[in-house]
Design a protein around this ligand. Structure first.
Ligand code: PMP
Length: 433
């Protein structure tokens, strides 16, 4: 496969854009380096790079493109939005309509605010929780990414209730000291952390289904309810980060799948239909602490912009028909089974975590329920799979921690072509063993 034009564009990019990418995850650093593939256009389940190579897309732009590229309903909404003028800086009907749609789908969103990214949504829920509880500390879970705000770039220290150390330069130690990290799927670790710090904790922040060390569901049906009960017993609020999970597995929240009710939600990705978006919301009496009604400040020039509102409404209208989720689940199951069979034939240690159309391929024999298991997945084998698939026209995220996303645009022919690419790639990996 000739990717010369990608290389040339990347060289040009490096001279003006720091590192040649506008988000570090787009660099191919985790898969052995080299230039990233530069894309030119997308249609349905495929995209085409600047050399004209065609790829089946399982990146889905890291999640938002649940309806694939250039879905006609979404494109029509975007065109209409553009023709009416892009931005007013005033209230508009579309933001009201969209908020009503979200509240109908997720009744716990008694009041909503639109922002521009998942980072902003999470960051603001934290400020709200701190404002409401008048406490500073936060509890999050090991290996979970919640955007790049200062407090959320704090990784785990060692031990179940250790105080975090920053994962990035430029984060004040005082910020890191307020973040406690515990392992996911370990209720006693949370219990211990709350025993020690409980009366200082403003919020426990969790993804109901983890999406950032692969797809990892709660091990027990009652885990999330226990997280909520323990947090509430300490007077802390519970924030669900549903930036990846909202509308991913069914038309609504992941919280609903477990019958639980967090105090606040943060959302993004799918709800924008591919345009920049974030949203947060929750219980009315909590949200009423936000300006202009309350003392917690949050604002945004682009917040609730009509284009994102209209593409969001269009995207969710496609998902309203629940059969699309059955279809993504069926295609996801077919991929899972085929990949496992190819792995077995090649003698590769593969474990797959799949929820509906989203799944992660780990190179380990161990069950993956916590970050440490995902960390143990073999990065060299992952890089070999990534390269093999790329060369055969199958694009997955260049990180062993990311998921493959099946969209409503994928079809059986895509899955069969993907499985043939997986089979060849795994056989090639075996012969290089
Ligand atoms: N929370 C989660 C769970 C995410 O996966 C992400 C992005 N991958 C974010 C927050 C941040 O969202 P954004 O990139 O839109 O700022």
């Amino acid at each position: 496969m000739d990717t010369t034009q990608s290389r040339l564009w990347h060289e040009r990019a490096e001279a003006v854009i720091l590192g040649g990418v506008n988000s570090p995850s787009r660099a191919f650093k985790a898969v052995g380096g080299g230039y990233p593939i530069v894309m030119a256009k997308g249609q349905g389940s495929h995209f085409i790079d600047v050399d004209g190579n065609d790829y089946i897309d399982y990146l889905a732009a890291y999640g938002p493109l649940i309806n694939g590229h250039a879905h006609p309903t979404v494109i029509q909404a975007l065109q209409e939005a553009a023709l009416d003028g892009i931005l007013y800086g005033t209230p508009t009907p579309s933001e009201v309509e969209f908020a009503e749609i979200l509240r109908t789908a997720i009744p716990d969103l008694e009041r909503i605010r639109f922002v521009n990214s998942g980072t902003e949504a999470v960051m603001t829920t934290i400020r709200v929780a701190r404002g409401v509880t008048e406490r500073n500390k936060l509890i999050k879970f090991e290996g979970c990414y919640h955007g790049h705000s200062d407090a959320m770039l704090v990784a785990a220290g060692s031990g179940p209730s250790s105080i975090g150390v920053p994962d990035s330069a430029g984060i004040p130690q005082s910020t890191a000291a307020d973040v406690i990290t515990v392992p996911f799927n370990d209720i006693s670790a949370l219990e211990k952390a709350l025993l020690i710090h409980g009366n200082e904790v403003a919020a426990v922040l969790v993804e109901p289904i983890v999406g950032n060390f692969g797809m990892v569901a709660p091990e027990s049906e009652t885990y999330l309810q226990s997280v909520i009960d323990l947090a509430h017993r300490s007077g802390a609020l519970v924030i669900f980060d549903e930036v990846i999970t909202a509308f991913r597995f069914h038309y609504g929240s992941a919280a609903e799948l477990y019958g639980v009710h967090p105090d606040l939600f943060a959302m993004g990705k799918i709800i924008g239909g591919g345009l920049p978006i974030g949203a947060y919301g929750g219980r009315r009496e909590i949200m009423e602490k936000v300006a202009p009604l309350g003392p917690v400040y949050q604002a945004g020039t682009m917040a609730g912009n009509p284009a994102s509102m209209k593409t969001g409404i269009a995207c969710l209208s496609v998902l309203r028909d629940n059969s699309v989720y059955e279809r993504m689940n069926r295609l996801g199951a077919k991929l899972e089974q085929g990949i496992l069979e190819s792995a077995q034939r090649a003698g590769l240690p593969v474990t797959i975590n799949r929820i509906g159309g989203a799944f992660t391929v780990y190179f380990t024999n161990q069950k993956v329920t916590q970050y440490q298991h995902a960390k143990a997945s073999d990065g060299k084998l992952f890089a070999a799979m990534f390269r093999g698939l790329l060369a055969r026209g199958v694009f997955i995220a260049p990180s062993k921690y990311e998921a493959w996303f099946v969209s409503t645009a994928h079809n059986d022919a895509d899955i069969e072509k993907t499985l043939a690419a997986v089979e060849d790639t795994f056989q090639e990996m075996k012969s290089h063993d």
